[in-house]
Write a protein that binds this ligand. Structure first.
Ligand SMILES: *Cc1c(COP(=O)(O)O)cnc(C)c1O
Length: 357
């Protein structure tokens, strides 16, 4: 038998979650964000499951070309735009849409010699201070883009820094209102958190990512409550057990010390599979359908779990690292990170079982 670690991906869950996003934004256009290999779920697999979306957002032009070559005829948006001028002819040939967030990208479009016309998403920096033009520059940049032969039309776009927390989006929306004519222009505002919690952002093009994969963007609201289904379940098995006496220590650095007689299960999953090495002892894990905890330090290929209260769980017992029955957000929170990071970090070496049900 081969190594038991698998990522099981349910394509029906991906499609279901797209439906949840659609229902939140009736009349809007939906750009499914499939960057980072579809948040670890596979680019082509995600796009196939989200076939009803109006557009797909990717980061690298190579991925965008791959989608076209796989037969995707929908709009494809390069979500950080061009990194160098050499990409422009490729984008034009394949009809990609471009985010324009910086002066040097305007210069590339102004210099373009192409008969193709591309849609541009003009990125406004409304307070995130990552990418985009200051609000007071937007009218001028808009006019320059409108004058470019390579540009068909312009959609204004911004990204929220606090859509998932108590600060919210109002302070950024306020800055957008200061842009002359902003109410009459087409907009793209909402990531998952904004789409779910901030109805004012449900307009134009919505851009959900994490929710489509069945994970909640909120620390205080689980995916299940939002009606989302986790698409990825990372599952494995117990491959060995150890019966340990008090005073024994577990794993590298002997970081966990046994206080009372304990049975420890060795699970085939480690940090080389994408499980976070910094997940501390006590991180939740499901074994034989029951919740228990990890122990000691995560190794490259294995981790330790407490089987003391699970007397029937032995070698071969099924393990869920995250997914069905154990939300990835919960594991992430224990490890001091977010579900996004764990999903995206799924390692190449983990085989994927695609489930169609
Ligand atoms: C990643 C990304 C999104 C999607 O965000 P989620 O929080 O995953 O919904 C939307 N817009 C931009 C610009 C992004 O980079």
């Amino acid at each position: 038998m081969s190594r038991p670690l698998r990522a099981r991906i349910r394509t029906s869950a991906l499609a279901h979650n797209l439906g949840v996003a659609w229902r939140l934004a009736p009349g809007c256009r939906l750009m499914a964000v499939v960057k980072a290999n579809g948040y670890g779920h596979g680019l082509l697999r995600s796009v196939a499951a989200f076939a009803q979306a109006d557009a797909f957002a990717v980061l690298e032009i190579e991925g965008a070309v791959r989608l076209r070559e796989a037969g995707c005829r929908r709009e494809i948006v390069l979500i950080e735009g061009l990194f160098e001028a050499g990409e422009l002819p490729i984008a034009a040939e394949h009809g990609f849409s471009l985010v324009v967030h910086h002066e040097h990208q305007i210069a590339m479009l102004e210099a373009a010699r192409t008969e193709h016309r591309l849609r541009v998403f003009l990125k406004v920096n409304s307070g995130m201070n990552r990418l985009g033009f200051a609000p007071e520059r937007v009218a001028r940049v808009h006019a320059r883009l409108d004058a470019c032969a390579a540009v068909s039309d312009v959609v204004l776009m911004t990204h929220f820094a606090n859509a998932d927390d108590e600060l919210g989006v109002a302070w950024q929306l306020e800055r957008l209102r200061a842009i002359p004519g902003s109410r009459r222009l087409p907009w793209s505002l909402a990531n998952s958190a904004a789409l779910i919690r901030h109805p004012l952002t449900r307009c134009g093009w919505v851009r959900p990512g994490i929710m489509l994969y069945g994970s909640s963007p909120f620390v205080d609201e689980p995916a299940q409550v939002l009606g989302l289904q986790p698409a990825m379940t990372l599952e494995s098995r117990v491959i060995a057990t150890q019966d340990l006496r008090p005073g024994e220590r577990v794993g590298y650095g002997g970081a966990f010390t046994v206080r009372k007689p304990m049975r420890v299960g060795i699970v085939a999953c480690g940090y080389a599979d994408g499980y976070p090495r910094h997940a501390p002892a006590g991180t939740p894990i499901l074994i034989d359908g029951q919740r228990t905890r990890t122990l000691g330090r995560v190794c490259m290929d294995a981790l330790f779990a407490d089987l003391t209260d699970l007397p029937t769980a032995g070698v071969g017992a099924p393990v869920v690292l995250w997914g069905d029955g154990l939300p990835v957000e919960e594991v992430a929170a224990a490890a001091g990170t977010v579900g996004y990071e764990l999903l995206c970090a799924l390692a190449q070496r983990v085989p994927i079982d695609e489930i169609h049900d």
